[in-house]
Design a protein around this ligand. Structure first.
Ligand code: PEP
Ligand code: MN
Length: 340
């Protein structure tokens, strides 16, 4: 059962209600950062009369009924949408967010030069992997904690908040000490222990879609984060496995308006992994925004040809500047809401 509270609900009344519900032995989740406060009650077979009593409480705006396996992630919980705030950057509003940076932190020079260049190009968040999920155990695995230190230095120099991937439960605390937003990679979307641990940090989360995950599985992965009390969740479509090796993945832009209809969480698109080919990144960036995405995450390298990881899909900073300019132009001509 989900209770949507009034936006002006007194926090003391809210706390009292939560305490009473917990005293009844109910499992209760409170979501309070991304919009209207919401209380999730995880209980089966609660009597109708109980819901009716709760609906009459002055701080309760509505008891929301949801006929979906995911509940807290469902659009009906916050029809107006959730806003995720990473430092001073707000994701989920009309201004598209552009997260950019290298696939992987390779060296101090590479990262700082790229960070400064993406800031100049108009990015508002910096990405970069310190722990990399590589298909082969013999491929470069990232710089680890040294990479996190370099990201912190890049943030200091540019003022850009940092987004970086956390690969396993063992590193959650360490990565959370450095990162402004924690990325859960495609290969880890269903790592439920990791989802629970990341939720508990309270940090904003970028949840990539598993490349063989259905939209419902993706939203259920988001549900783990929400059920852990963290509503600072941004969904990221990054392409699914297709039949055609002409592109690395098949960027499922259907998922963007679909997920906006199904969920209140913001959704962004990764045209770099979604295509695997840098020539396709500008077109698919614009298409993503036209489809209603709240932003992009793009791999950028000062010397794409020399990138240690994902060079073929990395663009240079000049191309990013061009994308940022054209994304704004697309944003200006599309009307909200994008879906019918
Ligand atoms: C990445 O962002 O560099 C990455 C590994 O992405 P994904 O998890 O989507 O493959
Ligand atoms: Mn990559």
């Amino acid at each position: 059962m989900i209770l949507r509270l009034r936006s002006d609900a007194d926090p003391h009344e809210q706390q009292k209600l939560v305490t009473v519900l917990r005293d009844y032995g109910l499992e209760v989740t409170v979501l309070a950062h991304g919009g209207v406060p919401v209380i999730g009650i995880n209980g089966h077979g609660l009597p109708d009369a109980f819901a009716e009593d709760l609906a009459r409480l002055p701080i309760v705006e509505a008891v929301v009924s949801i006929g979906k396996p995911y509940r807290l992630a469902a659009r009906a919980v916050r029809p107006e949408g959730t806003v995720v705030q990473v430092d001073s950057v707000r994701i989920g509003e009309r201004e598209p967010v552009v997260i950019a940076g290298p696939c992987t932190v390779e060296s101090r020079e590479q990262l700082i030069r790229t960070a400064e260049a993406v800031r100049e190009a108009g990015a508002t968040l910096l990405r970069g992997g310190a722990y990399k999920p590589r298909t082969s155990p013999y491929s470069f695995q990232g710089l680890g904690e040294r990479g996190l230190e370099l990201l912190a230095e890049a943030r200091e120099r540019t003022g850009l908040p940092i987004v970086t991937e956390v690969l396993d439960t063992e590193h959650v605390e360490l990565v959370a000490q450095y990162a402004d937003m924690l990325q859960i990679g495609s290969r880890n979307m269903m790592n439920f222990a990791l989802l629970r641990k990341v939720a508990a940090t309270g940090k904003p989360v970028l949840l990539k879609r598993g490349f063989a995950a259905t939209v419902e599985e993706w939203l259920l992965a988001a549900e783990y984060l929400l059920a852990g009390g963290n509503d600072q969740v941004v969904l990221c479509e990054r392409g699914v496995r297709g039949f055609d090796p002409a592109t690395r993945f098949m960027l499922d832009l259907n998922a963007v308006p679909l997920v906006r209809q199904l969920s209140h969480l913001p959704v962004i698109v990764d045209p770099s992994h979604g295509t695997g080919l840098r020539e396709l990144v500008p077109a698919m960036s614009l298409a993503a925004i036209a489809a209603g995405a709240h932003g992009l995450i793009v791999e950028v390298h000062v010397e794409p040809e020399a990138a240690l990881v994902d060079g073929r899909q990395s663009i240079d900073p000049a191309t990013l500047a061009d994308i940022v300019r054209r994304v704004r132009a697309v944003r200006d001509v599309i009307e909200e809401p994008v879906m019918a």
